[in-house]
Design a protein around this ligand. Structure first.
Ligand SMILES: [Cu+2]
Length: 105
């Protein structure tokens, strides 16, 4: 019987770990990051999808991340680690700007 309770306890411990890390999508379309402000938690994954017919990048102003050139139809993903607000832009079109707000988990 004690073995069964141990399994239940282990299962309960594992659940939060499995629930961690939501996936968020930022569409790059019509020369804009959508949404332009994205709220995530540390440990989440952000996927940038280029839906324009020309290349873009998603590059942190402080260079803490950089997708490099994303071809039309390409996507790039990153696991967000550090809490804080990170402004990012497209190095190919510097008027394209957006913000990633990372809350602590
Ligand atoms: Cu661009």
């Amino acid at each position: 019987m004690a073995g069964q309770w141990l399994l239940v306890a282990l299962g309960a411990l594992c659940l939060p770990a499995m629930a961690a890390g939501r996936v968020h999508v930022v569409n790059i379309e019509a020369m804009q990051f959508q949404p332009s402000t994205l709220d995530v938690q540390a440990g989440d994954t952000v996927v940038w999808k280029n839906k324009d017919p020309f290349p873009h990048t998603a590059t942190a102003v402080d260079r803490s991340f950089d997708s490099g050139s994303l071809a039309p139809g390409a996507q790039w993903k990153m696991v967000v680690k550090k809490p804080g607000s990170v402004a990012y832009f497209c190095t190919l079109h510097e008027t394209m700007r957006a913000t990633l707000d990372v809350k602590p988990r």
